[in-house]
Design a protein. Structure first.
Length: 145
């Protein structure tokens, strides 16, 4: 989903950190995006629009437009969510300890808007051995033409 037209904060080139209240995001974002991005929700496994996508292109934060991943870092995992082994830039995302739901995980947040994207695990392929397990609803995909 591309939020450019309804969202004054959406920009695919600006990396300036945003300071926007959840109340403001709630007015702008579609309900599913808001629930995952701002309330740390998740979509059901194997239901997201990008978990099987193998088209070449770039993935951006659906909330703010921050460039997050390239398709050449995407890999097929059996987890049911789009998985990547690295971000576009080391500072594209931030990482927070997450001990919710009786688990110990690392939450991945967009470094520009602070939105929840998913979690990172240490069971991915070389060269990083990382698996960024992301929610499709909070990603915008732009194919390479």
């Amino acid at each position: 989903m591309n939020n450019q037209t309804q969202n004054p904060y959406y920009n695919r080139t600006d990396t300036t950190t945003l300071h926007v209240s959840d109340a403001e995001w709630k007015k702008i974002l579609p309900p599913e995006v808001y629930q995952i991005a701002r309330e740390k929700g998740t979509e059901w496994a194997f239901t997201g629009k990008y978990y099987k996508t193998d088209e070449r292109g770039d993935y951006y934060c659906a909330v703010c437009g921050n460039h997050l991943f390239r398709s050449d870092a995407k890999f097929a995992s059996s987890c049911g969510w789009p998985s990547f082994f690295e971000t576009v830039r080391p500072n594209s995302a931030t990482y927070i300890s997450d001990h919710s739901h009786g688990m110990s995980r690392i939450e991945v947040k967009c470094s520009r808007c602070g939105s929840h994207l998913g979690h990172i695990f240490d069971d991915g392929p070389a060269p990083t051995h990382k698996r960024f397990c992301m929610n499709s609803a909070v990603l915008d995909f732009v194919p390479i033409k």
